[in-house]
Write a protein that binds this ligand. Sequence first.
Ligand code: 3PG
Length: 316
Amino acid sequence: MEKPFIVVSDGFDANLFDQLKKVTEFEVFTESKITQETLKELLPKINGIIIRSATKMTKELIDQAPNLKYIIRAGEGTDNIDKAYCQEKGVKVSNTPGANSNAVAELAIGFMLGVLRKTAFAHRSMHEGKWDKALFGGAELTGKKVGFAGFGKIGQLVAKRLAGFDSSVLYYDVIEQNHGLAYVSRAASLKEMFEQCDIISIHLPKLKSTTNIVNAELLSCMKPGAIIINTSRGGIINEDDLYATLKEKAIRGAALDVYNSEPLDPNSKLLELDNLLTTPHVGASSEEAQYRVGEMALNQLQEFFIKDNLLNEVRA
Ligand code: 3PG
């Protein structure tokens, strides 16, 4: 029997690729970060592929991969994979749940502190040769009321980390979560949460029902000194509405790691704002998280192709 042909298509920790090459049961493509053109050339032969969010496993790509059996999304979100079409074609899909959650949770905390203390803006100003001490007064995180839109694994981790800041937490989630944290309570509505909290942190998956769920109406419920951050998926906060809210300084500030369309257009009006902190979707990009997602993806790949065992399946 021919060995399964495995391709790794997005940037990963070198350990994943080194370990993968040692699995004698697999034939592994020699490059760990490939272009879209190379991917297209390899598609007819691929049996298994490990991706992050950059590779979009669309119907068009899946149709060009008649021998594809298994896609592993080394990470959490699978919105870059046409899962319904995979199901129709008998292609299995898994993710690596939890493996990068702490990295995202820590970025969320960093965003809260970064927006409240304007560190990135102060840094930029100093690099422009200025000493604008008066411009960079801020606010403290300690004792603030933090609201979570979505309170799954990552939201709960952020809330746990916030215990050290004596925070009180409100969350809005369709599911009542069994979190065991005394300082956390469930809000009756998103509106109530937006009205009451000093910090809003978005931890929702990207679904039809969550797209643009944070719009002008909700943003207008926020306190003037409040901030909002999004480390989950672009498009959950309506970008035009956020731009308008920040432009008129109706709230203190915001931070985004994720955008409607990635990479973000370098001419985006969002980048003109002096109260919006931006990072290029690096929530999961810690050394530790990338090591963990790589280990988990490799294990799942071996379980599937060698032991016929499908772990962490994600269905449409
Ligand atoms: C995820 O869904 O796991 C995160 O958004 C990280 O995505 P990335 O692995 O493409 O950085």
